[in-house]
Every structure is written in C-alpha cells, then in structure tokens.
Ligand binder design. Structure first.
Ligand SMILES: [Zn+2]
Length: 68
C-alpha cells in the first residue's frame, strides 16, 4: 500500500517518515491534553497546522489526517 501523505511504498497507513511524524504528533497531543485540558485530536491537528514551528513531515501527515 502507499503512504497516505506521499506516494512512497508503506507497510502501514504511512511510510516510515510520516509514521514517525504521526507518532511524534500523538505524543505531543498527550502533552497538550494535560497542559490545556480537553482538545479533540482534529482541533489539535488544525492548530498545529497553523504553527510555523510544525515540521514539514508533520504537516503532511496532518493534511492527510484532516482529509478523512
Ligand atoms: Zn509518507
């Protein structure tokens, strides 16, 4: 199957690069939930997408996640 964020061959939903980026996002999400209280996964992603600190890999994963 192909990565949902790029066209690389992937074992899973995402290739290893985007898979790693998604993992980082999930960890970041847990930290945010603790710090700021309830925020949905999609709201969290939408916010990160607007931040310039967010890396390119992460943004590509976010775009793919938000498309669903
Ligand atoms: Zn990819």
């Amino acid at each position: 199957m192909k990565c949902q964020a790029c066209s690389r061959e992937a074992q899973d939903k995402y290739c290893k690069y985007h898979g790693r980026a998604l993992q980082g996002l999930q960890e970041h999400y847990k930290v945010w939930e603790k710090a700021y209280g309830q925020i949905s996964w999609l709201d969290f992603l939408a916010r990160l997408l607007e931040m310039k600190e967010t890396g390119t890999w992460a943004k590509e994963v976010i775009s793919a996640e938000l498309k669903k």
